[in-house]
Design a protein around this ligand. Structure first.
Ligand code: MV4
Length: 457
């Protein structure tokens, strides 16, 4: 096992990785920008190194700064967390060339799965259903129009280098396909330096179901079942849960087996998530693979009892997985609410600043992963996450009840937070019936303009 690991991230995920390392007797090196100098997790690390000023590109995204810190601290491995450099194949390659273990898949795997067209082809080879679409990129308007005519409208135009909803356009007819094609290409070229786009048949109002994978370097590939992430706003997940209310046991088995086949076909190592869309009529389609630990990983940790970050460290250190699929049990129901410093009454605009009073919830079935504290100043430079509030109870309705109780207990004075929207969603009959899809939040907000336009309520 590693002696010392550097965490190339900040906030709650840095704290989460430090906790996993400490339990394994691994020394931790935390890096921070000057905006995070008063962060709680720095006190829990064995060593801290300031790597630069607040802007990400001069700190958490600066490969030279992070590698320099790793060399100075003489670490054997780097955990990238999520976001920042966690899916940057060049960073993983630089780590390898500096003989520093990157805690995640190999650079080649990250590059392969980062190309959503290649990932689709891989899924097809693995016998996994993909959305009917273009076999490869569409280079020009004419090609796009002819492919769309074959697939049939409505169409989703997607960026090959995209993911997470970036560089996507919906086209419901030929004129909107032409404009959408050029808009998606321009956005993708601008955002990713690669304007390649491809087409898929639009899956209307899908559910977003993703499967957690753990794979070691000796051929063992395990699934840890699914997370339903359908409660999102503009591709930002708000609430995640497991198991999904939309899956029958048969469908669960099919989706989890499909995820394992994708991971095997990709020669995937470490923790990863295979993402699917579930249609209203129960078909599922492979969408993409996320090559990182995800924000919502604790949902899976609660229902399986497996510490995913410790498994990541073990796999990266070359240990074979001690688990086999039949060992893994799925117990109860877990829900996660992302507590962000955003103002639901002002279109979720960030609401950074000092937390004057912070009183976290607790009690039976409650877990809170957060780096916040009374007096903590949420910097304006990064994402607005304060923490993730989770509950784990025997069944979904009890979990919803416990989550509402925990949200009621949670005191955060100062910044506006997403707590009110969570209470509204968890109290909504459609959500409580498990009858919601990725369009739920947008529909709800459009029916309650008072919330979105800041008229209180
Ligand atoms: C789709 C889709 C519908 N049809 N593809 C969103 C980002 C990435 N995870 C894949 N995503 C989607 N791909 C086809 N062919 C719907 C989504 C989607 C989504 C789209 C718009 C608004 C919110 C969404 C939430 C999850 C998934």
């Amino acid at each position: 096992m590693f002696r010392r690991v550097l965490i190339a991230n900040r906030g709650e995920i840095a704290q989460r990785v430090i906790r996993a390392c400490r339990e394994l007797g691994i020394e931790t090196v935390a890096v921070y920008s000057t905006a995070d100098a008063d962060a709680l997790y720095l006190r829990e690390a064995d060593q801290t190194i300031c790597i630069g000023p607040p802007p990400g590109k001069h700190s958490y995204l600066s490969i030279p700064s992070i590698i320099a810190a790793a060399e100075v601290a003489d670490v054997e491995a780097i955990h990238p967390g999520y976001g920042f450099l966690s899916e940057n194949d060049h960073f993983a390659e630089v780590c390898r060339s500096c003989k520093i273990h990157f805690i995640g898949p190999e650079p080649e795997t990250i590059a392969l799965l980062g190309d959503k067209v290649a990932a689709r082809e891989l899924a097809k080879r693995a016998g996994v259903p993909v959305v009917p679409g273009s076999d490869g990129p569409v280079e020009d308007e004419a090609r796009a129009l002819s492919v769309a005519a074959k697939i049939g409208y409505p169409i989703m135009i997607k960026a090959a280098a995209g993911g997470g909803g970036r560089g996507m356009r919906i086209a419901r007819n030929e004129p909107s396909l032409v404009t959408g094609f050029h808009a998606a290409r321009a956005e993708a070229q601008n955002a990713f330096g690669d304007g390649t786009v491809y087409l898929e048949k639009l899956v209307e109002n899908p559910r977003h179901v993703e499967v957690q994978i753990l794979a070691d370097k000796y051929g063992t590939v395990l699934h840890l079942a699914e997370r339903d992430c359908s409660i999102q706003r503009r591709h930002q997940k708000l609430i995640e849960e497991s198991p999904s209310a939309a899956l029958t046991p048969q469908l669960r088995q099919q989706i989890c087996d499909a995820a394992v086949r994708v991971a095997r076909e990709a020669n995937y190592h470490n923790a990863g998530t295979v993402e699917f869309l579930l249609s209203r009529t129960g078909e599922f389609y492979f969408i993409e693979v996320n090559c990182r630990i995800q924000v919502e990983h604790p949902v899976t940790e609660l229902v399986t009892g497996i510490d995913l970050v410790q498994q990541q460290l073990r796999i990266a250190a070359g240990e074979p997985l001690q688990l086999k699929q039949s060992d893994i049990e799925f117990r109860g129901h877990a829900i996660e609410c992302r507590i962000n410093a955003e103002d639901p009454e002002k279109d979720f605009q960030p609401s950074p600043g000092r937390i004057d009073l912070y009183v976290p919830p607790g009690g039976p079935g409650v877990r809170l992963d957060s780096h916040a504290y009374s007096g903590y100043r949420i910097p304006p430079n990064y994402d607005s996450m304060i923490g993730k509030l989770l509950v784990h109870r025997p069944d979904r309705s009890t979990a919803i009840r416990t989550m509402l109780r925990a949200l009621d207990e949670f005191v955060i004075q100062g910044p506006k937070t997403t707590i009110p929207i969570h209470r509204q969603v968890l109290s909504h009959s459609d959500f409580r019936a498990g009858d919601h899809d990725t369009g739920f939040v947008e529909r709800y907000l459009s029916q309650h303009p008072r919330i979105a336009q800041g008229k209180g309520g």
